[in-house]
Design a protein. Structure first.
Length: 215
């Protein structure tokens, strides 16, 4: 709770202290983290997921199809949770070393979606959901899991470094993304089926593909 509180009785919250304490004066590091943070971008991850599914469909790689379908499900579920929480909390972004943490709720969010959408970190949540799926799909192989979580952790730190999120935004998002990824994997391991799949649309006048969701 102390991390989430704004200044109280003249004392800054832990979030505010961490934000002010990060040294951002090194240009090479700044340039690196501004690029690294895109590894958690929704467009990048969803694009990679769709591309993986498409390639595996053409090559008839059933295992990769199943993996990418579950990866997509984890990304979608995570995005929905993140979006709902951002709207409900309306937390301001750090923006500067002297920024104070504030929660303005739905009113603040809809008045300024870009500036009041800090909690939780979407990039971090998506990166950790991806890491969870990759790890479980590799049968918990450390050669896959360790790099996946290191990248996810790096994405989380990059969000702090570029002053887009508070520390608690990132920590909560890491737990959220990991949990959703594991829930998706556990559900499919117990049922042995995928929630998303592409099937051909049999229609002589307008053939194509359809996305099927199985709950």
């Amino acid at each position: 709770m102390l991390m989430l509180l704004p200044e109280f009785n003249g004392h800054r919250s832990f979030d505010e202290k961490i934000n002010a304490g990060i040294d951002r004066g090194d240009q090479p590091y700044e340039s690196f983290f501004k690029r690294f943070t895109y590894l958690g971008d929704g467009g990048v991850l969803f694009g990679a997921c769709v591309a993986t599914y498409g390639i595996s469909s053409v090559g008839d790689y059933e295992g990769t199809q199943r993996f990418s379908a579950q990866w997509m499900e984890a990304l979608v579920d995570t995005s929905l949770w993140v979006g709902a929480l951002k709207m409900l909390t309306g937390r301001n972004r750090p923006q500067s070393m002297d920024a104070e943490s504030e929660f303005s709720g739905p009113v603040g969010y809809f008045n300024n979606q870009g500036g009041n959408s800090s909690f939780p970190s979407g990039h971090t949540a998506l990166a950790f959901a991806t890491a969870a799926v990759f790890t479980r799909e590799s049968d918990n192989d450390p050669w896959v899991g360790v790099p996946a979580y290191l990248v996810a952790g790096g994405v989380g730190f990059s969000r702090l470094y570029v002053e887009k999120h508070w520390l608690s935004d990132v920590l909560f998002a890491a737990v959220l993304g990991h949990s959703i990824g594991m829930l998706v994997e556990n559900r499919h391991l117990s049922k042995g089926e995928t929630a998303f799949r592409l099937e051909p649309e049999i229609n002589p006048q307008q053939p194509g593909l359809k996305l099927v969701f199985q709950w």
